[in-house]
Structures are given as C-alpha cells and as structure tokens.
Design a protein around this ligand. Structure first.
Ligand code: PGA
Length: 250
C-alpha cells in the first residue's frame, strides 16, 4: 500500500481581515508537523501578509489561493491570476470548489483550463468534486464525481501537482456529514478512477471536505483512501483547526 502523507487544508472562504492572522500564530507555534502537511487558504488580500508571517517564523505551513482565472493576465477586472497568487507567496490553489461551481457557474472545462494555468505558474491544484443533495438522493453520486474528475483534470495532472478534494455540497457548512462508509465508498471509487488514468494514481492525495470538526476529524481521516481534509468553518479558529491538524497526525 502506498504511504501517502496526510494533509489538512484550511479554506477561509470570504472571511478574514488582517487581525485574523493572529489565529495562525498558535499553528505556527505548534509546528513542526512531522506527519502532516498544513495549508492555509486565506482570502487573496491576506496571502502576502500570511506569507511574511510564515517566512519570518520559518514555518512549514503552506499557503493557497481559493481560485484563479484561466488566463495568465489581461483585461479581467476583479480577477486574480495563478502567477499573482504565486508571486504573493501561494504554492497551492483551490479550483472547482462547489461554491465557485454554484455561485459562478464554473464548468468542468473551465476548471480544467484553470488547472492548466495553475500548473504553468507552478502552483499545486486542489481540485474539488462532489455531488449536491438531490444527486445524492437520486443515487447519482458516483456518476457525478466520476464525470467531474474526468473532465476537470488535465492529462498533465500527477500526484505531485494535483490534490483531489471530495466535498459533498450538502455537507458543506451544514454540520451534516456522510457516514464513514459513504465517505469510504466515494474515496475508494475516486482512487480507482485515478489509478486507471494516471500511472501514479495511487499517490494522489484525496481529501474529504464538508463539516470536518475537531470531534469527527480523527474518524474521518482514518477512513480508507482519506488522506486528510479540506476544512472551511473550523479552520477560522486555531482552537478548532489545531485539534483537526493534530487528528491528521495521530
Ligand atoms: P465546511 O466547508 O468545513 O465549513 O463545511 C468545507 C469547504 O467548503 O471547503
């Protein structure tokens, strides 16, 4: 069995002002994380400040953006490019989050194009897939995630430049989570899809996301083919995020 290093990524979404970065201090103080990678994805406005804090403290914490445009530069008012994220200090970028798919109508084809741009800027892509509630209820979950995975990942994807996150839309920010068996079913299925398409498919890390909390993180991270978590609400406070990171290292 391939030994994949656990990873916990905090997605701050549209939350956080400069003062919020003090929450990172406790995480920095708790480092190093010998058995787990930690990524913080703050709003773009905080990436450079967070980068300064991380560098200043020689922290191993990595920084991610939450989205990027599919072009390198140009007349796209209000958008941000992969190269800009990289320049500000990010090493990763979340792409295809369900909130982007829903709020901005992002398609798999667009997510694939964004991923190619992220690779060109030497960013590691965290690509999200997941069904919405009606699809889960209709028994379509595996078909939905298979289609998203197939169409969102470019052929250049590999276990070094790409991380997958399975996030059922109905579990995000709701406090509801799938059962451990349901999580295992999807993660095992995604693993099969990755290994059949990519020669290093057994090495991709597959994160679970959706209402991960200190109280459920350890049991979720112990599930087959779950290599860590993508954490939203519970990543905003060190008192919640710290124990989740610790659960990945347990
Ligand atoms: P949540 O969000 O942890 O607040 O459910 C997860 C995510 O959307 O990445």
């Amino acid at each position: 069995m391939t030994n994949r290093r656990k990873l916990v990524a905090g997605n701050w979404k549209m939350n956080g002002l400069g003062a919020s970065l003090s929450e990172i201090d406790a995480l920095i103080a708790a480092q190093p994380y010998p058995t787990c990678d930690v990524i913080i994805c703050p709003p773009a406005t905080l990436i450079a400040q967070l980068n300064w804090r991380v560098q200043h403290n020689k922290s191993t914490i990595k920084i991610g953006g939450q989205d990027c445009h599919d072009e390198n530069s140009g007349a796209h008012t209000g958008d941000i490019s992969a190269a800009m994220l990289k320049d500000a200090g990010a090493s990763h970028v979340i792409l295809g989050h369900s909130e982007r798919r829903a709020d901005h109508g992002e398609t798999d084809a667009l997510i694939r194009a964004k991923t190619e741009t992220a690779f060109a800027a030497s960013l590691i892509a965290i690509i999200c897939v997941g069904e919405i509630e009606s699809q889960r209820d209709g028994g379509e979950t595996l078909n939905v995630v298979a289609a998203q995975l197939a169409a969102s990942l470019p052929d250049q994807a590999n276990a070094t430049n790409t991380i997958i996150a399975y996030e059922p839309g109905w579990a995000i920010g709701t406090g509801r989570t799938p059962t451990l068996n349901e999580i295992a079913e999807v993660h095992d299925f995604l693993r099969g899809k990755l290994t059949s398409r990519f020669s290093d498919g057994d090495k991709f890390r597959i994160l679970y996301g959706g209402s991960v909390k200190p109280g459920n993180a350890a049991e979720i991270f112990a599930v087959s083919n779950v290599d860590g978590g993508l954490v939203g609400g519970a990543s905003l406070k060190a008192a919640d995020f710290g124990p989740i990171v610790a659960a990945a290292g347990a």
